[in-house]
Design a protein around this ligand. Structure first.
Ligand SMILES: [Zn+2]
Length: 152
């Protein structure tokens, strides 16, 4: 995402939104598959010697659950993106590297299909110890209880 410095009003910030082709993330086949553009919503301003940007990033990705091995889709969100770039006489600033870095930070390395709470991972049930439906009755215990019951 490139920001032209002329866009930014002096002494104030500008709100920029853009949908960027996710190819720049260079996700490997084992990481995740980006299935939407990267949505960037940034407030950009100029400080004394640099440019600062804060805001949020999001994209839809498809990953494979490490538990049940099903592919699933989820939304990856960087809610508190923030960066500062020194200005060295250029007319525009490219935030691509910073955006990529922050998205890779929130990319789960052990993705679970139930991470976002919208679904239940079927493997969770299979791995849980099966509770017996009927508890086995120890007859000797009942016999002992019978013996201490007050007799009529
Ligand atoms: Zn799963």
């Amino acid at each position: 995402m490139k920001i032209h410095l002329r866009q930014i009003p002096q002494g104030s910030t500008i709100h920029l939104e853009a949908d960027v082709d996710p190819a720049f993330l260079e996700l490997g086949p084992d990481d995740a598959e980006a299935i939407s553009p990267v949505h960037c919503a940034l407030d950009v301003g100029l400080s004394d010697n640099g440019l600062f940007a804060t805001g949020s990033l999001s994209l839809r990705i498809r990953q494979t659950c490490v538990k049940c091995l099903r592919p699933f889709e989820t939304t990856l969100v960087v809610g508190d993106f923030g960066t500062q770039v020194d200005l060295v006489g250029c007319e525009s600033v490219d935030l691509t590297a910073q955006i990529r870095e922050d998205i890779l930070l929130v990319l789960p390395s052990h993705p679970r299909c139930d991470d976002d709470g919208s679904t239940k991972c079927p493997a969770t049930f299979q791995s849980a110890p099966a509770a017996p439906l009927i508890e086995e009755v120890d007859h000797s215990t009942w016999d002992a209880l019978d013996q201490i019951k007050p007799k009529k």
